[in-house]
Write a protein that binds this ligand. Structure first.
Ligand code: ZN
Length: 260
């Protein structure tokens, strides 16, 4: 199920979705925790500055990523497990600090690498090659229940006249059906989503996201899953469920400068 392409350079390892890799107009990558400057329990390429890690190490980690991603601006948000979509335009920047509270980023601007930080939650990358629009979505179980995927696609349609059938989507490494036990699912997860329940009260959030993308109009053939579970693979990723006090790994997508 894992068809992601692995890249290694200067101690870093990052993954790419093959269908997105085919486009030279964008850059994207899911950076594993390998390499980087952070010490345990954030070892090594932690990009979060709000979990107790040394800010200098986080800054150096982010710079390592930037070097591999064309030195474009990295755009951060303060992720809140909500369903707010932040559209990055020339007028909405600069956005630092304070960072906007949001859980999805959309832009048509070149040289802006949209970054989502995760440790079990999904990062979902979307690209519309016709309208040249990219999106990066943070969707944990609350985001899945709130369908932030659908809301982001709706924003792309309204703001940039995108057509969902043109879009490509990649669902990043995150808590897999193997590890997503929800003991209190009767209280936490709406009944309408109990169809995703597996034995032992595990839930298939990967399938849920894929269905949300398809419901929004993205063809199933244009969706790729990483198939990698963060809790099973703490050699590659941070996992909140397994490690509690831990780092966040980075998922990025951005449009390259058209003059390049
Ligand atoms: Zn697992």
């Amino acid at each position: 199920m894992n068809h992601m392409i692995h890249h290694h350079h200067q101690g870093l390892t990052w993954l790419q979705f093959p269908h997105l890799m085919a486009y030279k107009d964008i850059r994207h990558g899911i950076f594993t925790r390998q390499g980087g400057f952070s010490l345990p329990p954030y070892q090594g390429l932690n990009v979060s500055g709000s979990n107790g890690d040394d800010p200098d190490r986080v800054h150096k980690n982010r710079r390592l990523i930037s070097e591999q991603m064309g030195h474009a601006d990295m755009v951060f948000i303060r992720q809140t497990h909500g369903v707010t979509v932040f559209v990055v335009t020339a007028n909405s920047l600069p956005i630092s600090p304070p960072l906007p509270d949001a859980d999805a980023l959309v832009t048509q601007l070149p040289q802006k690498n949209l970054m989502i930080q995760v440790a079990d939650c999904q990062a979902i990358l979307i690209y519309d090659p016709i309208k040249q629009v990219v999106a990066n979505i943070h969707s944990g179980w609350r985001g899945s229940i709130g369908n932030i995927v659908g809301k982001t696609i709706q924003t792309m349609i309204e703001r940039f006249q995108c057509s969902p059938q043109d879009m490509l989507a990649g669902i990043g490494p995150s808590l897999g059906p193997c590890c997503s036990e929800f003991v209190n699912y009767r209280m936490e997860i709406p009944k309408a989503m109990w169809g995703y329940r597996l034995p032992k009260n595990h839930f298939d959030f990967w399938a849920m996201t894929e269905d949300q993308l398809v419901d929004a109009g993205v063809p199933g053939t244009r969706i790729q899953q990483s198939g990698l579970c963060t809790r099973c693979r703490t050699d590659l990723f941070f996992s909140y469920r397994r490690e509690k006090q831990t780092g966040r790994f980075a998922a990025l997508i951005g449009i390259t400068d058209e003059t390049m």
